[in-house]
Design a protein around this ligand. Structure first.
Ligand code: AMP
Ligand code: GLY
Length: 428
């Protein structure tokens, strides 16, 4: 099989890396890929934009691509799957109607209500005055969200009514682009987050190992929200009992309701959950894709060949497969970011020490990197590398990831020192 992976993050590097471990996979092409995907054997980058559907289709037909796997939400929400399927290609990732589950928070909330899925108390507004009256009546802390895609920046956790009111104004003034046509206001939930990534063929849905991300930029979960600064799997907070409830009360309900709306959703359904102090849970959000960096800690533990699972989703025969097989052990990843992220940062810094890190036993997934003209790996984004350790227990996996990241240098490198603080104690 030849597979084309759309995207350029750590998630896509991990997908390509996992696929290439299978004898069934002859070649992986990444559009546009990064410095890591450019450096793997049997893997190459194709410099097209992720929304150049016509270019991707033409390449796929000319080069005998069997399966297209779409990483990011933006092309999915623009209908890449609809387009490529129309051209006769097999695509893993939901059609545009399904991608609304991530592309519109208001739409996703309505679906959760219809499906009877537990979620935070919510109100949706199309106009600032009413939204602000609601904020004043409800009080703070309160969560204000732009409706549409905002590259992870559209959620404001307001500590005061004033902060919430300015967030409402900022959203309606278009600071989040077209993400700001509606504002979603939610009660602020307290608890521990867990990411449940599940694969579905539209009828059957099977979850992957539960994982936990670290959204905030700073140690102790302080500071701004980011795309994710580190992760580990399997997350012990998601006990087998909880996973069984999530299966029936979240995943199966979501798929059944999508189907009832006439949406044949095939791809990854990612539920971001808050586990409340009393052990109950509420869904914070759905995503229509693999999580990043969650994928980088799930795939190293996957035993079943990835392409078998993804093809079964596309061909709607997931129920025929045996249960998904996992390796023993646990996995943790630490994100090395550019100084200044999630704000302004510089690009083009030369990265050294990746080989040494790999010798220390870690797997380094590239995110915001590229090769420069001298074929050196340089920084090219906010989240730069995912330094990933595997072990019998979290002490080992996390210690390995930190031993690896210490080998790596670039100007301004920043990483959290406390990834996995809920499963091991102490800073690294
Ligand atoms: P979302 O894109 O809706 O998942 O929001 C991004 C992040 O904001 C989540 O991963 C949480 O850390 C936080 N968040 C969102 N909604 C809430 C809420 N209702 N209560 C507390 N935290 C939230
Ligand atoms: N790590 C969070 C996300 O992928 O949305």
């Amino acid at each position: 099989m030849k597979v084309l992976v759309v995207g350029n993050g750590g998630r896509e590097h991990a997908l390509a890396w996992k696929l290439l471990q299978s004898k069934q996979i002859e070649q992986v092409v990444c559009v546009p890929g990064n410095g890591g995907t450019a450096s793997m054997e049997r893997c190459q980058n194709l410099p097209l934009a992720v929304d150049d559907f016509e270019g991707i289709s033409r390449y796929a037909h000319a080069h005998g691509i069997t399966l297209v796997i779409v990483g990011p939400e933006v092309p999915l929400s623009k209908g890449i799957t609809d387009y490529l399927q129309d051209k006769g290609l097999m695509v893993f990732g939901p059609i545009r109607a399904g991608a609304q589950i991530e592309a519109s928070k208001a739409w996703a909330k309505a679906l959760m209500q219809e499906a009877g899925i537990a979620t935070a108390r919510t109100a949706v507004f199309a106009e600032a005055g009413a939204a602000k009256s609601y904020v004043r009546a409800t009080g703070a802390p309160i969560v204000v969200k732009a409706d549409g895609l905002a590259a992870g920046k559209g959620v404001i956790m307001a500590e005061t009514v004033e902060q919430a009111e300015s967030a409402v104004d900022a959203i309606f003034q278009g600071q989040f682009g077209s993400a700001g046509e509606f504002v979603v206001i939610e009660e602020c939930l307290i608890g521990q987050e867990v990411s449940i990534l599940a694969l579905t063929d539209g009828l059957t849905i099977r979850s992957l190992l539960p994982s936990q991300d670290h959204k905030r930029i700073g140690d102790g979960d302080m500071g701004e929200n980011t795309g994710g600064m580190g992760a580990y799997a399997p997350a012990p907070i998601a006990t087998p009992e909880l996973m069984a409830r999530i299966q029936t009360e979240v995943l199966e309900r979501a798929i059944a309701t999508l189907r009832a709306k006439g949406i044949d959703y095939r791809g990854t359904l990612y539920a971001g959950l808050m586990i409340l102090p009393n052990g109950d849970f509420k869904v914070l959000e759905f995503n229509c894709r693999f999580g990043d960096p969650e994928t980088q800690v799930i795939l190293p533990l996957l035993e079943t060949p990835l392409e078998e699972l993804l093809l079964a989703c596309v061909q709607q025969r997931l129920s025929e497969l045996p249960p998904i097989a996992w390796k023993e052990g646990v996995c943790a990843t630490v994100v090395a970011a550019s100084g200044g992220y999630p704000g302004e940062y510089e690009k083009g810094q030369v990265i050294t020490g990746i080989r040494e890190a790999e010798k220390a036993g870690v797997t380094v997934f590239h995110a915001g990197t590229k090769l420069n003209q001298q074929q050196e790996v340089v920084t090219d984004g906010g989240r730069v590398l995912n330094v990933t350790g595997i072990g019998e227990n979290f002490e080992q996996a996390i210690a390995q990831a930190y031993a690896g990241i210490k080998c790596i240098q670039f100007e301004g490198i920043y990483y959290r020192r406390d990834i996995g603080h809920r499963v091991v104690s102490g800073k690294r």
